[in-house]
Design a protein around this ligand. Structure first.
Ligand code: GAP
Length: 437
């Protein structure tokens, strides 16, 4: 993990939030390269989940919702983790983490060996107050999942978009959980981004749709993101593990070097739980008129739900490689071109004043088409290594021959092959190498 934390900090992917004040546990900032990778992950998910499908639409809902939403959804009563405190050093732990880490030390603090309190439940929702008065009546919550935004807008979307079952509503947005033990870098945060989709189906077809979505989501991880299949698995939740709303849940898990297999996405059959609850709490009918039977039905819901930050970490780890090239170590992120933060680096062979104008001309030519970076510091070999380390698929080198032949060299990250290309054909040649992105 130290390797990834250090790479992320050194190369501008992820910084500790409020670092100059000593940071704050469970909160992270994304740097210039991190925000590019994150946006590329979101674009890929949105394309597969909304743009390419005829049966899913997207929305964006508010983070703070009417607090009744969280009573209806069950989060006020049940969104809690069991925790224990150390009576000696006052550290707080998740009870299930303690058991998993070292069952032989159960009942003792892993930090100081002190005695632990009895396990008690701790609600994970962040509370805030709306308006100037801080009393019970003004309590509101930062959403712990984006899903409820879709349920409370079911009727709005159904009527405005004239949708027929089955159809889905998707959303990307921030969620907040006051995790007892945030950690493993960006794996478990207190503020994170989710990409969730609620797929509304006719009751009775839910199990079949659930299976379809499990298959389709697994393929997205392998085909769209290029995560290696051997590092992924599908795990069925045991009955006692199921969330209060779920009839069946399956996790897609990644084999993390620091934790073994752990959840990166959950695909749940939420039944008609949420719509029924909102009908009851809001006193509104949230039904679908089924023309075939002439009846009003409450749809069932299949929900694929994943976290952007956990996906980011998965991609860093899965694409990371260390190799030896001509006796030297090279670190490379083998990210798919569409995910890479920088697509093309422009590297003049040196800072010689004759090379600066053509190198800048090439940079000006490429900037409207690709995310680029210009780098003229240190030797060309060092600069190739720097680009490999952040996953840049193509480098364009401007050298003294360019002054005569109006051509440049494209060097590819994975095979390190080099081809000479006329500047006039450069955009097309790069587009072909970058799989059209
Ligand atoms: N609406 C269902 C739901 O929120 P979840 O399994 O609690 O289900 C879905 O969360 C995904 O959100 C997880 O698979 C994970 O990728 C991400 N996630 C959940 N809690 C997280 C946290 N504290 N930090 C980072 N990502 C988190």
């Amino acid at each position: 993990m130290d390797t990834f934390v250090s790479l992320c900090k050194r190369r501008g992917f992820v910084f500790q939030s409020s670092e100059i004040y000593g940071g704050i546990g469970g909160f992270w900032d994304y740097g210039p390269l991190g925000v590019e990778l994150k946006n590329n992950i979101k674009k890929s998910w949105w394309r597969a989940t909304v743009q390419e499908r005829e049966d899913v639409v997207g929305i964006e809902t508010a983070i703070v919702m009417n607090p009744r939403v969280w009573e209806a959804s069950g989060h006020v009563q049940t969104f809690a983790d069991p925790m224990v405190d150390c009576k000696n050093c006052k550290h707080r732990f998740r009870t299930d983490d303690l058991k998993a880490n070292d069952p032989s030390r159960e009942g003792r603090c892993p930090e100081c060996g002190g005695e632990l309190t009895e396990s008690r439940m701790f609600n994970l929702m962040f509370k805030t107050f709306i308006g100037p008065v801080e009393d019970e009546a003004s309590i509101a919550y930062l959403r712990p999942e984006t899903a409820q935004g879709m349920f409370v807008n079911f009727e709005n979307v159904l009527t405005t978009m004239r949708k027929k079952l089955p159809f889905g509503i998707a959303q990307i947005g921030r969620s907040f959980r006051n995790e007892i033990t945030p950690g493993n870098f960006i794996f478990r945060d207190r503020e994170f981004e989710q990409m969730e989709m609620e797929f509304f189906v006719m009751p009775g077809t839910d199990e079949e749709w659930h299976d379809r979505w499990i298959e389709s989501r697994f393929s997205w991880w392998t085909d769209a993101l290029g995560v290696r299949k051997e590092n992924l698995r599908i795990r069925e939740h045991a009955t006692e593990e199921l969330s209060h709303y779920s009839k069946r849940t399956v996790d897609i898990e990644y084999d993390f070097p620091f934790a073994g297999f752990a959840e990166i996405e959950g695909i749940a059959n939420r039944t008609d739980f949420d719509l029924k609850q909102h009908e009851q709490f809001a006193g509104r009918t949230l039904r679908y008129f089924d023309e075939a039977s002439g009846e009003q039905v409450i749809p069932y819901v299949v929900e694929p739900a994943m976290g952007v930050d956990r996906c980011f970490l998965t991609l860093l780890i899965d694409s990371y490689a260390e190799e030896e090239v001509r006796g030297e170590k090279r670190t490379v992120l083998r990210l798919k071109p569409e995910l890479a933060p920088i697509k093309v680096a422009i590297l003049p062979l040196s800072r010689n004043e004759q090379l600066v104008p053509p190198a800048h001309r090439v940079w000006d030519l490429l900037r409207p088409h690709f995310m680029t970076q210009y780098d003229d510091a240190q030797s060309i070999g060092r600069r190739y290594r720097r680009q490999d380390e952040i996953g840049t698929p193509c480098c364009v080198t401007v050298d003294f021959d360019t002054l005569n032949d109006e051509a440049v060299t494209i060097r590819e990250r994975d095979e390190m092959t080099q081809v000479r290309v006329p500047i006039a054909n450069l955009v097309d040649a790069l587009r072909e190498k970058l799989d059209g992105c």
